[in-house]
Write a protein that binds this ligand. Sequence first.
Ligand code: ATP
Ligand code: MG
Length: 349
Amino acid sequence: MNSIILLDDQIRHLLAHLLTKDNQPLINWMTSLKIEDGNVMIIYECRPDEAAEIDLLRQKAETSIKGLATVTQVRSVLTTQRPLLKTPQKPQEPASLPTVRQIFAIASGKGGVGKSTTAANLAIAFSQSGRKVGLLDADVYGPSLPRLFSITDKPDVTADKKLVPIFRHGIYCMSIGFMVGEETPMIWRGPMVHGALQQMLKDVAWPELDMLIVDMPPGTGDAHLTLCQQVKLDGAVIVSTPQDIALIDARRGLHMFRRVQVPVLGIIENMSQFNCPNCGHVSDIFSHGGAQNEAGKLGIPFLGEIPIDLSIRLHSDQGTPITVTEPDSIVAGIYRDIGQKIINTLKVL
Ligand SMILES: Nc1ncnc2c1ncn2[C@@H]1O[C@H](COP(=O)(O)OP(=O)(O)OP(=O)(O)O)[C@@H](O)[C@H]1O
Ligand SMILES: [Mg+2]
């Protein structure tokens, strides 16, 4: 397993350093990398007009990968067939939201790494430092804002048919979960993805906001592309747990944002070390330091690490995040520090 991860790393590193004339790394076009007993299979996808240039890079990459120790065979294919990726061919200019100064996404490749918890606590930390903040739960399959902020009300609708965000814990909130019950089947939500996201971005009466934080669904699928193409994101923050497998997914997320030209503001390591409240022993339950290493390798800022902390989960489950209930705790301070680093990276606020 470790040698596969090492080889995966080496290949990604190599593809990140093969550049097009516009200085875009070849890895931005990679959609699949499979390694089995030294056999490497890579799929790239591009627009038809990019094919000649990308194919030359593909061949170069294939030669270099063949030279890596432990590689026995390399196959790589370039396709221009998939309709989803044809969309960026003529990118529709993403819209800005007139009342919002900055929009950034909190994302990850893998599910359950703590995006929503981090997004909620960061939103509160920003608001505690005097900023007007909105929080959009873009997870139409599994919205979590109703539970995280204990919101059961339905949003009001203005005379011009816009949804009014619900104000809770100092944050202007919107989630499809405010309109659709938790028990609504996924199958019904599926076709709503595009329409619902569009509606939640543009058909919401967002007040004047310093920032809107978008809590993304897990993965790098349709919902992400829709979001990135419809609204001008000023940046994305990647949340990852420290262990290798989650980092591989985080990398996928990173490359997706790069592909759609959204700047990646940095990586947060969540569920980092566990500091036992009884004996003070520190244990690395999901390993430790992986995200910082990865940030260094990928040349993006490391924003900080949030420990595994029982109070984070308990307060989230009760609908009153730890930054609200224990603003003076060490953990609340960590969220504030990370928030400050994000502000420094965004530079504008
Ligand atoms: N640092 C932490 N310490 C302890 N528990 C945490 C921490 N971060 C998140 N959790 C808990 O982990 C679980 C998953 O968190 P969360 O829902 O925020 O993840 P997510 O990445 O948004 O998930 P999904 O991919 O399903 O949207 C929740 O029960 C949350 O309370
Ligand atoms: Mg979530």
